[in-house]
Design a binder for this molecule. Structure first.
Ligand code: SDX
Length: 363
């Protein structure tokens, strides 16, 4: 079902190919950076050196949390889920920074601002939970390195930084996935970019969409060891339960992002001397493919990489949002350029022309 035309992302579900503005995700994961991919998604072309350096500088300059937002984040109940905190923070920013919420091409300022500030929101949330000192501005760190510093309160290694940079590239856009479509529907009414992103965050939270990566770790912890994979998979399938990290509405073969993240899960596992998750996941893949002919999607391996960094599982989906903010906002900007209200129709299957009975006669 084609909802609209777009130039931003091409998915070939039959051949397992993914392109951002015409560039293959495998080339971008191998040779690009998240900052460069953000520029590509927003502008439709790769940046020249000065353009990339200027964008990287603007993102670093716009990481700070405004004091009213810090007060609001510090009022959040400790039981508030991280995706609820992120959704609320983005919504509140629109109140504290109204200048950046016009529904036109100037919204790219809001796109850069949200991309820059999301790692600070995640970092503030995590530091508050652990009673760590507040974030320091770190203009010396790239976007991926800053995200890891903000959450882990330590400087990441080069290998960890590159792994996170690739993970951010891989999660940046994916055509009309549910959360991006929610953002486009919101923007198509001429609502502002912050409202569109708030719609998207609420949508990504769902376990059938962005929330799957967190549940993959729960599945691995439930399985425990490779010799229990068969038993647990059979029991879940017998109960008609969905196996998180597997299957996809568009890919009918392996999700190309899963293949790249599988390799990073192995590299980071080897570097940390801990291949437990990687070996469990490989066994899980074999059994699920044999039993259900299902392939892994982007959510299967991402959590194992983040867990090896020491990132708590309830921040995995917020990290997905910290990357997908670039795709969401690229689609919002495209919607503003070629505005058309998105209003599908439903095939009506209900009753017609029922007689209205006064309540006294309804038994
Ligand atoms: C993302 O859209 C995007 O691009 C999303 C995303 C992105 O980058 O934005 O790629 C990110 O959301 C990845 C998907 C993350 N979600 C999960 O890993 C949750 C588990 N996956 C499933 O819920 C499911 O695969 C979906 C929701 C992702 C897709 O499901 P579909 O296309 O609606 O397929 P379906 O529900 O019609 O199922 C078809 C058959 C059914 O069997 P039958 O009932 O016909 O016998 O396949 C089975 C399903 O039961 N099936 C699964 C399964 N996925 C499909 N059975 C067990 N486990 C699964 N994961």
């Amino acid at each position: 079902m084609v909802a609209l035309e777009s130039r931003i992302c091409f998915i070939d579900g039959k051949r397992g190919r993914l392109l951002y503005q015409g560039y293959d995700i495998r080339d971008l994961a191998e040779r690009s950076t998240f900052e460069e991919v953000a520029y590509l998604l927003w502008n439709g072309r790769l940046p020249k050196a000065p353009e990339l350096s200027e964008l990287s500088g603007r993102l670093k300059d716009r990481r700070a949390l405004p004091p009213p937002l810090v007060e609001e984040l510090d009022r959040a109940p400790p039981t508030a889920g991280p995706m609820d905190v992120v959704r609320t923070a983005v919504s509140s920013l629109a109140m504290f920074e109204p200048g950046e919420t016009r529904a036109d091409a100037s919204a790219i300022a809001g796109a850069e601002r949200l991309t820059a500030v999301l790692p600070s929101i995640l970092g503030h949330l995590q530091r508050r939970r652990l009673g760590l000192p507040p974030l320091r501005p770190r203009p010396d760190l790239s976007h991926a390195a800053y995200l890891l510093y903000a959450i882990l309160d330590r400087d990441p290694s080069e290998l960890e930084t590159r792994a996170m940079d690739v993970a951010l590239i891989l999660h940046a856009d994916h055509e009309l996935n549910a959360s991006t479509f929610a953002a486009r529907v919101t923007a198509s009414t001429l609502s502002d970019l912050y409202s569109a992103v708030t719609s998207a965050i609420g949508t990504l939270k769902g376990p059938l969409h962005g929330g799957a990566n967190e549940r993959v770790l729960e599945l691995l912890d439930e399985i425990g060891s490779p010799d229990r994979v068969e038993e647990v998979v059979h029991a879940k399938l017998a109960r008609k339960e969905r196996l998180m990290g597997f299957g996809h509405r568009v890919y009918k073969v392996e999700d190309p992002r899963a293949a790249i993240l599988r390799e990073w899960s192995r590299r980071i596992g080897e570097a940390k001397g801990n291949l437990r998750y990687y070996e469990l996941l490989r066994r899980l893949e074999d059994v699920v493919h044999r039993e259900k002919r299902l392939y892994p999607n982007v959510d299967l391996y991402s959590g194992s990489v983040y867990a090896l960094f020491g990132i708590p599982a309830d921040l995995f989906t917020p990290i997905f949002a910290a990357s997908r903010i670039t795709g969401w906002t690229a689609h919002v900007l495209e919607e503003y350029q070629d505005l058309r209200l998105i209003r599908p129709t439903a095939r009506y299957i209900g009753a017609v022309d029922l007689p209205y009975l006064p309540i006294a006669q309804r038994n």
